[in-house]
Ligand binder design. Sequence first.
Ligand SMILES: [Zn+2]
Length: 204
Amino acid sequence: MLFRQIQRHGDNFSYLIADEETKEAVVVDSSYNADELSRIITAQNLKLRFIINTHGHSDHTAGNAELQQAFGAKIVTSKQSKILSDLQVDDSDILTVGKIQIKIIYTPGHTPDGICLLIDGEKLLTGDTLFVGECGRTDLPGGNARQLYGSLFGRLLKLSDEVEVYPGHDYGAKPSSTIGFERKTNYVLQPRSQKEFLEFMAQP
Ligand SMILES: [Zn+2]
């Protein structure tokens, strides 16, 4: 599997994932990196199938139109998303790109349309739900700390410790992590009841 984490402009991460045999590829959160993504897709002769957005914030969807125009791929969002898309996905849906399986995990909280993507059961793309050492904010329009609690503790921490974590921004001490490392070291993920978590998130 070709798996590239790309950060060319600003602190947003984009991801390019491809089946090296069939050359089918997917971009996750084109962000401000469409130029670099286009360069690699062209150089490697990849067939871009999907442009998936982990949520509708413009710093993640920037570049959608440019990549779609260049490569004709389908823009994919959560069913709950209000942004323009060609395919809307729901929790537990699986997208197939060559032999690669991408499982959708619905994780609202940072936004109502947040999704995480589990690639072949091994790599988790967390968008703005979970960062290395931090979690997404819930004080923007549509943010909901109660939902984020469910997404983090009810969904992501249920995954096994070996699963690799690839966030939507370069906010941590390192660009990627694992569920096990975050479970141990991320101050947001320390054991809390929902009530304690809501109080914790409400702190300035
Ligand atoms: Zn966001």
